[in-house]
Design a protein around this ligand. Sequence first.
Ligand code: ZN
Length: 387
Amino acid sequence: MNLNGIKTIQPNVLQQTKPTAKPAEEQTAQVNAEPKKAGDGGALKSYFAAGVSFGGHHCKTSNFEPKKLPDVPCCCCGRPMLREQDLAVCKKGVQSTSGDKLAATLKEYSKYMRSDEKCVGEILANQAKKSGGNVSDCMKQTGGNLRELTGQYANGILDKLNAAATDAYKSDENPVADLIHQAKEGIENNRGLDRSTFVAKLEKVGGKLNEEQQAQLQDIAMDLPQTFNHVQRIYDKYENKKPEDISRRLFSTALTTAEHIHPHSLGGPDNTANYIAECAGCNNPRGNMDYADWLKVHPEYPRKAQEHIEHIEARIINGEIGSDYNDWPVDVKASLTKESGGRMKLQVLNPDTIANMRKARGTTGNVTVEDVRAAYEKQEAEKAEKA
Ligand SMILES: [Zn+2]
């Protein structure tokens, strides 16, 4: 697709790029040459001693295969992630355009921006349409007015949220409207914006709505910038930088990283049972924060982790990730359950089901997330029959 004559990345362009030169099976054979077993001692022993089944094979974060695939949704925020080579394409598109073309490019790639960057991206796109400048010009032109522009952006998200809530509550009184009114007043009167507090309140007033409706409202609210200061910090550091530096900064938080479920600094081991694929924007700020605190910052995490696991399961079955990862879903479920003190309740396919689906794939073509869900239900029905 060409948008105003700009060559754009479509999701399927990223998908068409083959992740690695070697077949996945061959790679994991190497990675798995010296698998570590439970009870090897040290960090492994202390973390996995109590109640986590250990089947993960030892690898470095750089060898973690889900990191090498295009368009994997982040395990925490659920937004699509980028590999370095994908980021280079986004960066080039933004740094080499100006005016309407820059605005269109920023809009096209905004799905790869995290919330604070998305706010900056929209402010820059609006300015580019007005002034015709490049990304550096637009940053200099909007820096003096940043608080007002961020407020306008946040109000737009709140309006979208109000429309979705009005629709969800239909004829009933919409309790979200009051909350939105308060948030808008806070922005207007310069009291600021705090997404965590807002989303926590949103969760409390979400009565009468089903899970899907609540999830929809939460997803819209998570597009708010975290705080005014988070947006200001990007400007403080990049306002006088070159287009290539600003462009990279807009997308660098979307880079795929391997996150240690139990923090490395607290003895979390380097193996697939302790890794999930997470964007740099989610991974870096967590540090070794406790999951109870982390779930306050990212209340959508359990839901997005479920989607992430289903996505990766489909790609394991499709052979894009080696068969040594057949155990990954059950391992990672155990790790996430333990780390979150039971707050993460996940549904995963067992290794046998994955192995059978991998075999069957030759005749059925590519497996989708919907197939994975159907397989999970079948797996549970079989389990119930045996019991
Ligand atoms: Zn993320």
